[in-house]
Ligand binder design. Structure first.
Ligand code: 13P
Length: 247
C-alpha cells in the first residue's frame, strides 16, 4: 500500500500574519492517517519551516530553478530550498506552464535540480479543456512525462511524486469524477510500469483540481489515487485537515 500524501499549494495567497495563523491551525488539528505537505509562497518558507520543526508536516516549494547558482534573477535554487527545510518542490504546475511559458524541457531540468539536491519533485501533468474535448488527454500527459523520462531516465522517478491536475478542474469548482481521475492515474501507472515495474508500484500519484473535504473521500478511494494536491481548500486549516481525515 502506498501512503497517502495530502499537499497544500498555497500559490500566491496570504500575508505573513495569515500564513502564521494557517500553520498554527494545521499544527493544532488532526490530520488523520495521511502525510501532510504545505507549499507556501517562497518568502515564507523559512518562517513556516521553523514553525513546522518537530512536527510530521513537511515543507514544499512551489517551484525550483533549473540551474544551480548564478545570474538567474528572481529564481531560487534547490540548494537554497533545501536550506529552508524543503523536502518537496512542485515542478511544472499548469500555471507555470501557461502563464510563464515553462516548456516540458525546462520542467524536466527543474525536476532534475530538485532530485540532485535530495528534494522530492511533485511533477504536475494534465490536459486543458480543449485537449480533453479533442480526446488527447493521454497523449498530453504522456508527452509531459516523457520529457522527464527521456532527459532523466525512468530511475529518477523513484524519488518523485506525480500530480495529475486537469487544467479545467483547477480553481473552477469543476472536479474530475473519481472515474475520470482514476482512468488517467491508471494510464500513468501503466505507462511507468512498462518501463519499470517497481517505480510504477511505488510512485505516489496525486490528484489536483477542486479537491475538497466533500469530494476527497470518493477520489482517494480509487486504487491509483494516492493523495491530493490542493489549492483553494488548503488555505483554511479545517478544510485542509478534513481532506486528510476523509481517508
Ligand atoms: P484548486 O484546488 O484550487 O483547484 O487548485 C488545484 C491546484 O492547482 C493545486 O496545485
Amino acid at each position: 500500500m502506498r501512503p497517502t500524501l495530502i499537499a497544500g499549494n498555497w500559490k500566491m495567497n496570504g500575508s505573513l500574519q495569515s500564513v502564521i495563523e494557517l500553520v498554527e491551525g494545521i499544527k493544532a488539528g488532526e490530520a488523520g492517517k495521511v502525510k501532510l505537505v504545505v507549499c507556501p509562497p517562497a518568502v515564507y518558507l523559512m518562517k513556516v519551516g521553523g514553525m513546522l520543526d518537530g512536527t510530521d508536516i513537511a515543507l514544499g516549494a512551489q517551484n525550483v530553478c533549473d540551474a544551480q547558482a548564478g545570474a538567474y534573477t528572481g529564481e531560487i535554487s534547490a540548494t537554497m530550498l533545501k536550506e529552508c527545510g524543503c523536502e518537496y518542490a512542485i515542478v511544472g504546475h499548469s500555471e507555470r506552464r501557461a502563464l510563464y511559458q515553462e516548456s516540458d524541457e525546462l520542467v524536466a531540468h527543474r525536476f532534475a535540480m530538485a532530485v540532485a539536491s535530495g528534494i522530492t519533485p511533485i511533477l504536475c501533468v494534465g490536459e486543458s479543456l480543449e485537449e480533453r474535448e479533442l480526446g488527447v488527454t493521454e497523449a498530453v500527459v504522456a508527452r509531459q512525462l516523457d520529457a522527464v523520462i527521456e532527459q532523466q531516465g525512468i530511475a529518477a522517478l523513484v524519488q518523485s511524486v506525480i500530480a495529475y491536475e486537469p487544467v479545467w478542474a483547477i480553481g473552477t469548482g469543476k472536479v474530475a469524477t473519481p472515474e475520470q481521475a482514476q482512468a488517467v492515474h491508471e494510464f500513468i501507472r501503466h505507462k511507468l510500469a512498462a518501463l519499470d515495474q517497481q517505480v510504477a508500484e511505488r510512485i505516489q500519484i496525486l490528484y489536483g483540481g477542486s479537491m475538497n473535504a466533500t469530494n476527497a473521500g470518493d477520489l482517494l478511494s480509487k486504487p491509483d489515487i494516492d493523495g491530493g494536491l490542493i489549492g483553494g481548500a488548503s488555505l483554511k486549516a479545517v478544510d485542509f485537515l478534513a481532506i486528510g481525515q476523509s481517508v
